[in-house]
Design a protein around this ligand. Structure first.
Ligand code: NI
Length: 183
């Protein structure tokens, strides 16, 4: 596989702290190519051999703003138990419902824009239902849970200019841990 030319902004870049704009359809060919590149990049980052070859960090999701593009688009690539990869292209997403139950990633969340160890946990809904559009502008509704739900909420935050590090209280990085389930 050939690594797509993707340059990811670092957390210090102020663009990551601005909300992105709604997308209008149809998407340009450039946008479609960018989305395909992002999907391939994430997939390659999850394949040991490719990750080592290109010195990548493993990532599950990537938002458009991480490339400096302020549009409400993100992608997620999820490796299934049978080692196939499922691609999610999510445009203009809205969370329309969420579980009461909260979860957090025990080992801490990661982000391809945050190149350091961050102590602390981020509360996330265990399940969310999201309305969004696909690359062709077709609306769809998806219900995600567990790790995928965390990824979707993390990426939706990017579209609102929020990094996971913004959600950790540095004075009390494990705040309310007892009210949440670890995944
Ligand atoms: Ni991120």
């Amino acid at each position: 596989m050939k690594l797509p030319n993707i340059v990811i902004l670092d957390e210090k870049d102020k663009r990551l702290h601005h909300a992105s704009q709604e997308v209008t359809f149809p998407l340009s060919d450039t946008d479609k190519k960018t989305i395909q590149d992002m999907l391939l990049y994430l997939k390659m980052s999850q394949i040991d051999e490719e990750r080592e070859k290109y010195d990548l960090r493993a990532g599950m999701g990537l938002a458009y703003i991480q490339l400096g593009l302020p549009k409400r688009i993100f992608v997620v690539v999820n490796e299934e138990e049978d080692h196939t990869f499922t691609n999610y292209v999510v445009i203009n997403p809205k969370i329309i419902s969420n579980s009461e139950e909260l979860i957090y990633v025990g080992e801490g969340e990661g982000c391809l824009s945050v190149n350091r160890e961050v102590e602390g946990i981020v509360p996330r809904y265990a399940r969310v239902t999201v309305e969004a559009y696909d690359m062709e502008g077709n609306p769809y509704t998806i219900r995600v849970r567990e790790e995928l739900a965390v990824a979707f909420q993390h990426e939706i935050d990017h579209l609102d200019g929020i990094l996971f590090t913004d959600k950790i209280d540095s004075k009390n990085p494990y705040k309310n841990m007892q009210n949440m389930r670890e995944i």
